[in-house]
Design a protein around this ligand. Structure first.
Ligand code: FAD
Length: 493
C-alpha cells in the first residue's frame, strides 16, 4: 500500500512498445499496471537491424506520427514515451540496467528474425535476474496453437480458418488504463533517450508525404475514428462493396493494425456488436471476419515457413525465368504502363501509401505475369511505399498472386487488366480519380484508350504516347509469354 503511493521506492517495470502502439487492449501494458510497480514505457528504433527488415519509407512516416500520438496519450496520463535508438538487444539491456528494472514486458512478434532477437533479449535479461513477460497483442490466435490433426501447420486457408475458429472465441478486448504509476527516470537513463525528430523518420528534401498527411489520421484515436466510420457506413454492404476500388467499401484499418494502433480483437468485437445491434446481414460480417482470417493465416505462414519475402513457398518457382527489365519496372512503379486500372492503383499507392485490395491483385498480377518480373521486386516496392507494409500480409499477398504461395491463385490465372477495369470500375471513377489525363474519355474506352476512335481521343485531349503512354506490353502476347514460362517451369519440375 505504502509502496504504491511512493512508486519510486520500487524498481520499475519496462513496457517495451513495438507493433502495439496503443493503450487500450494492450496486454503488456495491462500486465505492467497490475504488477503494482512503477512503469517506464519505451520504444526502440533500430534503423538497420542486423537481422530482419528495415522499415520502408512510408511506414517510417506512419511510425513518426504514431509514436507522437502514443507519447501524447501517455502524457495525458502524466508520463511520456521514452524513445531509444540503436540495436534492440544492446539498447534494451543498457536501458534496463540504467533504470534497474525488475521486469521487462512486451507483446510478441512473429517473423523468424524478430523471434530470434526477442529470444536472445529474453535470455540476456533473465541471466541478469530481470523478469521477462510476453503476451499476444497482435493476433486472434497464436500461430502455433492452430495445427492439423497430425500437429502440422496448415497450408490451405479454408482448413486453417475452420480449425482456428472451432470452439474458439477471441479474448474480449480490455479498456485502456485510467492511470499509470510512471517511474521518474534517473539521470543515467535520461541520457540514453532521444527526441522523435532525431530518429529522422520523416521525409525532407523532398517532402513527398503531403498525400499521406491528407489521407490519414494516425495513432490510436485515428484508428477509433476509422473503425467508427467503417461500422456506421461500410460494414452493411461490405461483401458487395469491398471489390470496387472507387468506393469507400472497405475498412482501411490495415495501417492501424500493422502498427497496433488498434487490436484485431477490438475490431472483431466491435464488428460483431454492430452487426447484431443493426441487424446487418450475416454475409457482410462473415466476409469481413474472413479477411481478418486471411491476416491470421498470413501470420501462421510467416511463423512456420522460411522467410516469406525472400523464398518461394513452392520451391518449384525457384526456376522461373524472370526478366530483368528496369524500364518496364519503372513504368509500373510510376503508374505509366498504359493500362489505366494498373496505373490508377500504382498512383493511388504513391499518393496515399495505400491501395485497394482489388487493385493490389491486378497490379501484382501485371508485374509478375505481363512483365514477367520477379514478385520480390514488387514486394519490395510495396514494402517501401505502403503505410500498411506488413511482414506477413505483404509477402503472402505477393506469393498468392504469383502462384508460388500457400493456397495461392493458380499461376495460369492471368488477370486481363482491361476486363478487370470494366468489371470492378465499370464507370471508370477509379481511373478518373488517379489518372486525370484520361478523365474526359467516355466509359466505353476509359479502360483501353488505345482502342478509342481518334475523334474520341481528340475530344478528350488524349494524345497517346504524349499525354498518356501506349501499353508497355500487348496483353495477348504477354499472356502467351507468361504461360510459356510457366509451362517450362512445370516441364522442369
Ligand atoms: P479490409 O477489406 O477492410 O479488411 C480488414 C483487414 O483484414 C485488413 O485491414 C487486413 O488486416 C486484413 N486483410 C484483408 N485482406 C487481406 C488479405 N488478402 N490478406 C491478409 N490480410 C487481409 N495487407 C496488409 O495489411 N499489408 C500489406 O503489406 C499487404 N500487402 C498486400 C500485397 C498484395 C500483392 C496483395 C494482393 C494484398 C496485400 N495485402 C496487404 C492484403 C490486403 O490488400 C489489405 O490488407 C487490404 O487491402 C487493406 O485494406 P482494408 O484495411 O480496407 O481491408
Amino acid at each position: 500500500m505504502t509502496e504504491r503511493r511512493q512508486p519510486q521506492l520500487r524498481r520499475p517495470i519496462i513496457v517495451w512498445f513495438r507493433d502495439d502502439q496503443r493503450l487500450a487492449d494492450n496486454p503488456a501494458l495491462s500486465h505492467a499496471v497490475s504488477s503494482g510497480c512503477p512503469v517506464v514505457c519505451v520504444y526502440v528504433y533500430d534503423a538497420e537491424p542486423r537481422h530482419g527488415r528495415s522499415l520502408g519509407a512510408a511506414a517510417r512516416w506512419w511510425l513518426h506520427e504514431s509514436l507522437r500520438e502514443l507519447d501524447r496519450a501517455l502524457r495525458s496520463l502524466g508520463g511520456s514515451l521514452v524513445l531509444l535508438s540503436g540495436a534492440e538487444r544492446e539498447t534494451i539491456e543498457a536501458f534496463a540496467s540504467a533504470v534497474e528494472a525488475v521486469e521487462v514486458c512486451w507483446n510478441r512478434r512473429y517473423s523468424a528474425a524478430q523471434r530470434q532477437t526477442d529470444a536472445s533479449i529474453k535470455s540476456a535479461l533473465e541471466a541478469k535476474g530481470v523478469l521477462v513477460s510476453t503476451f499476444n497483442g497482435h493476433l486472434l490466435r497464436e500461430p502455433w496453437k492452430v495445427t492439423t490433426r497430425e500437429g502440422q501447420p496448415f497450408q490451405v486457408f479454408g482448413a486453417y480458418w475452420r480449425a482456428a475458429r472451432l470452439g474458439f472465441s477471441p479474448e474480449p478486448p480490455q479498456p485502456a488504463p485510467d492511470g499509470l504509476p510512471f517511474y521518474s527516470l534517473p539521470e543515467r537513463a535520461r541520457t540514453l533517450a532521444v527526441d522523435l525528430i532525431d530518429l529522422k523518420l520523416q521525409p525532407h528534401a523532398p517532402d513527398w508525404a503531403a498525400g499521406l498527411r491528407e489521407t490519414w489520421t494516425c495513432g490510436e484515436n485515428g484508428a477509433q475514428q476509422q473503425l467508427q466510420h467503417f461500422l456506421a457506413h461500410v460494414l452493411d454492404g461490405y461483401a458487395a462493396s469491398r471489390d470496387a476500388p472507387a468506393h469507400d467499401g472497405t475498412s482501411k484499418l490495415s495501417p492501424y493494425l500493422r502498427f497496433g494502433n488498434i487490436s484485431v480483437r477490438q475490431i472483431w468485437y466491435a464488428a460483431l456488436a454492430t452487426a447484431q445491434s443493426e441487424s446487418i446481414p450475416g454475409e457482410h460480417l462473415h466476409r469481413f471476419q474472413d479477411e481478418l482470417g486471411w491476416r491470421e493465416f498470413s501470420y501462421h505462414l510467416l511463423f512456420h515457413f522460411p522467410p516469406l519475402h525472400e523464398v518461394n513457398f513452392r520451391r518449384q518457382f525457384d526456376a522461373m525465368p524472370w526478366r530483368h527489365d528496369a524500364q518496364a519496372l519503372r513504368a509500373w512503379q510510376r503508374g505509366k504502363t498504359g493500362y489505366p486500372v494498373v496505373d490508377a492503383g500504382m498512383r493511388e499507392l504513391w499518393r496515399t501509401g495505400w491501395m485497394h485490395n482489388r487493385a493490389r491483385m491486378v497490379v501484382a498480377s501485371f508485374l509478375i505475369k505481363h512483365l514477367l518480373i520477379d514478385w520480390r521486386e514488387g514486394e519490395s516496392w510495396f514494402w517501401d511505399t505502403l503505410v500498411d507494409a506488413d511482414e506477413a500480409n505483404n509477402p503472402a499477398g505477393w506469393q498468392w498472386v504469383a502462384g508460388s504461395g500457400a493456397d495461392a491463385a493458380p499461376y495460369f490465372r492471368i488477370f486481363n487488366p482491361v476486363l478487370q477495369g470494366q468489371k470492378f470500375d465499370a464507370r471508370g471513377d477509379y481511373v478518373r480519380r488517379w489518372v486525370p489525363e484520361l478523365s474526359r474519355l467516355p466509359d466505353v474506352s476509359i479502360h483501353a484508350p488505345w482502342l478509342a476512335a481518334p475523334a474520341q481521343l481528340e475530344a478528350a485531349s488524349v494524345r497517346l504516347g504524349e499525354t498518356y503512354p501506349f501499353p508497355v506490353v500487348d496483353h495477348p502476347q504477354a499472356r502467351m509469354r507468361a504461360l510459356a514460362a510457366f509451362d517450362a517451369l512445370r516441364g522442369g519440375a
